[in-house]
Design a protein around this ligand. Structure first.
Ligand SMILES: [Zn+2]
Length: 208
């Protein structure tokens, strides 16, 4: 049986732990280890708490709810219509959208613009009987300087500014016999299609 004074002394005693650097643990969401040959995958900020429906006070008048699988899919997809990056200067979203900034956010509400590199390949070929076409991308502030495109060759010729495809009627039969063309040869009824009158005015240079 310990005396009350001895018991008090024992309860107050703390095990001696010498201070050491290795005891300090820095934990961040996106640690960048120096020269680690087997880097750990970044921690996904998609939270399972978003599976619980909560009332929305935000800009969208609906219940805030998102499953982990859906959120993770939207976090990793580079664009709604593109899985991965299309330029070496881009940071993959799975690497960019990490850290406390994206903790417990609804991924559907994050900006996810469509990838223009895929949208332009939904524009149908503009057929012409001439050897040469001009493109100004629609004119005005959204257009580009007028350029002239030679469509003499049996191929789909894209505008180097905006990517709109042009081809000559003379080569239509040949192009239609091809198993694959980079652009659809006829309108497909896709909502991404831009009307021809809107995408290329065909008017001479105007005041901008
Ligand atoms: Zn153009």
């Amino acid at each position: 049986m310990l005396s009350p004074a001895r018991r008090l002394l024992l309860s107050r005693s703390v095990p001696f732990r010498p201070f050491s650097i290795s005891a300090i643990r820095c934990s961040t969401d996106n640690p960048i280890p120096a020269n680690d040959p087997n880097p750990k995958p970044a921690h996904s900020p998609v939270s399972s708490t978003n599976e619980l429906a909560t009332s929305s006070e935000g800009s969208f008048d609906k219940v805030l709810q998102e499953s982990v699988a859906e959120g993770e899919k939207m976090r990793v997809m580079q664009a709604p219509n593109r899985k991965s990056i299309w330029s070496r200067s881009q940071q993959p979203r799975e690497k960019a959208m990490v850290g406390p900034r994206f903790e417990q956010t609804i991924m559907e509400d994050q900006p996810r613009p469509y990838a223009a590199i895929d949208l332009i390949h939904k524009q149908p070929v503009r057929w012409t009987k001439a050897k040469r076409v001009s493109c100004d991308g629609g004119g005005g502030p959204l257009g580009h300087p007028r350029i002239f495109i030679n469509v003499d060759k049996p191929q789909v010729c894209a505008c180097t500014y905006c990517g709109l495809p042009f081809a000559q009627e003379h080569h239509r039969e040949f192009l239609e016999s091809q198993p694959y063309t980079p652009y659809p040869l006829a309108p497909q009824g896709d909502p991404a299609e831009v009307p021809e009158s809107q995408s290329n005015t065909g008017r001479p240079l105007e005041q901008r």
